[in-house]
Design a binder for this molecule. Structure first.
Ligand SMILES: *Cc1c(COP(=O)(O)O)cnc(C)c1O
Length: 353
């Protein structure tokens, strides 16, 4: 399948690096490909970024049959363009597809499409510290039909957004609140899939903690409301008495690529990482004993977010005096260093475009 290329005749103006917010502006081009049952994926095209036409009856608008991914492209100090573990994103997208009854993608084909798109818009990759080009592949159901069933047509798209540093003025520890009313997902639900519906369902909890003066939610498991699962849309790690602990993947947690990378990195440093279930009661007890040394969240958007304070019911737990921990900083520096080409990629994570 050849990708048709339609170049923009009106390149947009790029924003200065210091003005870049997250996910607000988009590059000149996007990738679009359609799926029709019986025909498979067809008509791949790279075209100017812009509005698309959809029937109001498009199934995604009613029943949310949709999946997405997020990854980043960087420009190294030598001017080379690189992606961080992109094959992991397309593998995960196919796992999400399976869960949401969306047809599988040819991972090699979409990787090639992504590289072609990134190459075309490589001038959109910002280079100042902390910046990158955020890439959003997504698939949604387009059958013009009102009724709950699997769609027979889909659109796969990739759009790209130059993004600034998640942190203005370095890594700032955030305030997180333990959500014990709303649930993100349950076993057998869609928590393991990166699908839009999971996020709409979490908004009410997010609003609630904002009012309380916290930035993010720590989700507990949906059944017992005891086990620690994730922080907002990130995975979570704790340094407990010299051992790194992260919740094990039990079908409700999204298997983060940053999570996987942090585990591999720590192991390469000779650290002990334990994937296990941990309850909020046990965690509180460990904190009382002074054993929680550091806490941080991991995800593509922010890479590493230090957690300074964790609110739970009427209690507040503070880690490392509310300051960024030594390991948290070192993990961020190393990951971001490899991603942006400032540090040698010894674990084979980088794909050159
Ligand atoms: C995307 C996401 C993550 C982080 O995954 P990465 O691959 O590290 O970006 C964690 N939790 C949820 C719910 C997510 O959607």
């Amino acid at each position: 399948m050849d990708i048709k290329i339609i170049k923009t005749t009106q390149p947009k103006e790029k924003q200065a690096a210091e003005k870049l917010a997250f996910g607000v502006t988009f590059s000149d081009h996007m990738f679009v490909m359609d799926y029709t049952e019986g025909q498979g994926w067809h008509d791949p095209v790279i075209m100017p970024y812009g509005p698309i036409q959809l029937m109001p009856s498009s199934m995604v608008l009613h029943y949310a049959q949709e999946v997405f991914e997020g990854l980043k492209a960087y420009k190294t100090p030598q001017g080379e363009v690189q992606l961080f573990r992109p094959e992991e994103n397309f593998k995960r997208m196919n796992r999400s597809n399976e869960r949401m009854c969306i047809p599988q993608l040819d991972e090699e084909f979409v990787m090639n499409a992504l590289k072609t798109l990134v190459k075309m818009d490589q001038d959109w990759i910002p280079t100042s510290p902390g910046t990158s080009l955020y890439i959003r592949p997504f698939i949604f159901a387009t059958d013009p039909f009102i009724g709950v069933r699997v769609s027979q047509t889909y659109k796969f798209m990739i759009i790209m957004s130059p993004v600034g540093s998640y942190y203005k003025g370095g890594l700032a520890p955030c305030r997180i609140y333990v959500e014990d009313e709303y649930a993100r997902t349950v076993r057998g639900g869609t928590g393991e899939a990166k699908c839009g519906g999971n996020y709409a369902g979490g908004l009410a909890a997010q609003e609630k903690v904002h009012v309380k003066g916290y930035e993010q939610i720590l989700w507990l498991d949906g059944e017992k409301r005891q086990y620690i699962e994730e922080v907002g849309t990130s995975n979570v790690f704790f340094l407990i008495d010299g051992v790194f602990v992260t919740p094990s993947l039990e079908g409700t947690i999204l298997s983060g690529i940053t999570r996987k990378s942090v585990i591999e990195l720590l192991k390469s440093w000779g650290e002990t990482v334990v994937e296990r279930r941990i309850t909020i009661d046990e965690f509180y007890e460990l904190h009382q004993q002074g054993k929680i040394q550091e806490a941080f969240a991991t995800g593509t958007a922010a890479v590493i977010s230090p957690i300074g304070t964790l609110g739970w019911q009427d209690k507040e737990m503070t880690f490392n005096n509310g300051e960024i921990g030594e390991y948290t900083q070192k993990i961020y520096d190393t990951l971001y260093g490899v991603q942006s080409g400032h540090i040698k990629d010894t674990l084979n994570w980088i794909v050159r475009v």
